[in-house]
Design a protein around this ligand. Structure first.
Ligand code: NAD
Ligand code: DAU
Length: 352
């Protein structure tokens, strides 16, 4: 069946993997990638599929209600997969208002646009909102997990803005009957992640023999999922998820930061041909992140039992693939860290 799907934030890290998967897997669908191209959005992430006939890029801000309505109406959009957001916790601590604007007001404007354009005709429509496990707060070292029933308890401005957007999505479902799905995923890793996040930042720093800033004692725990497996889960849930439902997505793959960092060091040193342990001296303990959540761990049993999704990749394989990708794509890293790509694509889209 032909579908017109709007994917927001498709030039970012996870969004680019979702766009690639949908464009390649569903030649009959028209995929519209809508992105504002903030510092985190990079069209070079999609250079392999940008010429495909079922792919269109739209440069726009999700906060712009009128444009959102036009895009949904003119392209007869029936499915929205909403990933556009400010996504970095440290930036949210510095600039919380930017996060409220993009994540709360942006999501609200997209919901309102869908509601107005679909105007009660909800057959075959879905608004799929991509959220995070950080809305659940933090866990102790007691073997418990976040489930879909865990109470929201966000601590950072980022997670508070995502929690707020999740509430608006559910409110549009309960109040106006808008068909929605929400998923909450754990930490993603893989190619095309902006090198301000732990894994790409540390790979790049090791390559350049720069210090590796470990927050606090490095004892915080995150649950890591390969980004392509997240995109696969989004595909399954978009097509078979239940209207009004929530699904947790995670890999049952918890790592203490310092242990993960040692794996990254070992892998980079091996692939660069350095003797084992060469880069361990780069580890530098620094002041902890304010409000730093201790442990995240997702229970994704519901998704496995109801829709049959499971991660396809073992962590050892995923991390080696990831390190290799960054080492082989130094030019991509140099471009996104130098701001070159912004100038390039600004010119391409005739912006000042
Ligand atoms: P990212 O920062 O790499 O990409 C975000 C994209 O959104 C960028 O392309 C950016 O240009 C775009 N964007 C930002 N504000 C916009 C606006 N106002 N209008 C239009 N586009 C805008 O983020 P990511 O890591 O790929 O995360 C994508 C989504 O997944 C986010 O909603 C995030 O909360 C969620 N998430 C991320 C992770 C993770 O580990 N990275 C885990 C769970 C959930
Ligand atoms: O859990 C899902 C979330 O994962 C997503 O919603 C966010 O968008 C995504 O950015 C990520 O958030 P984290 O804060 O967990 O990711 P980050 O890569 O920033 O940090 C991972 C861990 O590493 C965290 O405990 C903080 C620590 N850290 C991070 C950086 C950047 C360091 O010790 N040093 C660093 O320099």
């Amino acid at each position: 069946m032909k579908k017109n799907i709007l994917i927001t934030g498709g030039a970012g890290f996870i969004g680019s993997h979702v766009v690639r998967l949908f464009v390649n897997k569903y030649p009959d669908y028209n995929i519209y990638n809508l992105d504002k191209l903030t510092y985190a959005g990079n069209l070079a992430n999609l250079s392999d599929i940008e010429a495909r006939p079922n792919y269109t890029f739209v440069k726009a801000d999700i906060c712009d209600l009128e444009t959102m309505k036009e895009v949904i109406a003119e392209n007869n959009i029936t499915g929205i997969i909403h990933l556009a957001a400010e996504s970095h916790v440290d930036r949210s601590i510095k600039d919380p208002l930017v996060f409220a604007q993009a994540n709360v007001m942006g999501t609200l404007s997209l919901l309102q646009a869908a509601k107005e354009v679909w105007n009660g005709d909800y057959s075959d429509k879905i608004f799929y909102h991509i959220s995070t496990d950080e809305v659940y707060g933090t866990l102790d070292f007691d073997g418990t997990f976040f489930t879909e029933d865990t109470k929201y308890d966000p601590h950072s401005p980022y997670s508070a803005s995502k929690a707020s957007s999740d509430h608006f999505v559910r409110a549009y479902h309960d109040t106006y009957g808008l068909p929605v799905i929400v998923t909450n995923c754990s930490n993603n890793y893989g190619p095309y992640q902006f090198p301000e996040k732990l894994i790409p930042l540390f790979i790049n720093n090791i390559r350049h023999q720069k210090p590796l800033p470990v927050y606090g004692k490095g004892e915080n725990v995150r649950d890591w999922l390969y980004v392509v497996d997240h995109a696969r889960a989004i595909d399954v849930i978009f097509h078979r998820g239940k209207n009004g439902d929530t699904y947790n997505i995670g890999g049952f793959n918890e790592w203490k930061n310092i242990d993960l960092i040692k794996v990254i060091i070992k892998t980079v040193d091996k692939l660069l041909g350095n003797p084992e342990g060469t880069s361990e001296s780069l580890i530098t303990y620094v002041t902890d992140r304010a409000g730093h959540d201790l442990r995240y761990a997702i229970d994704s049993t519901k998704l496995k039992n109801e829709l049959g999704w499971e991660p396809s990749l073992q962590f050892e394989e995923g991390i080696e693939k990831t390190v290799k990708w960054y080492l082989e794509n130094q030019e991509w890293l140099d471009n996104v860290t130098s701001g070159e790509y912004e100038n390039y694509y600004r010119k391409m889209y005739n912006q000042k």
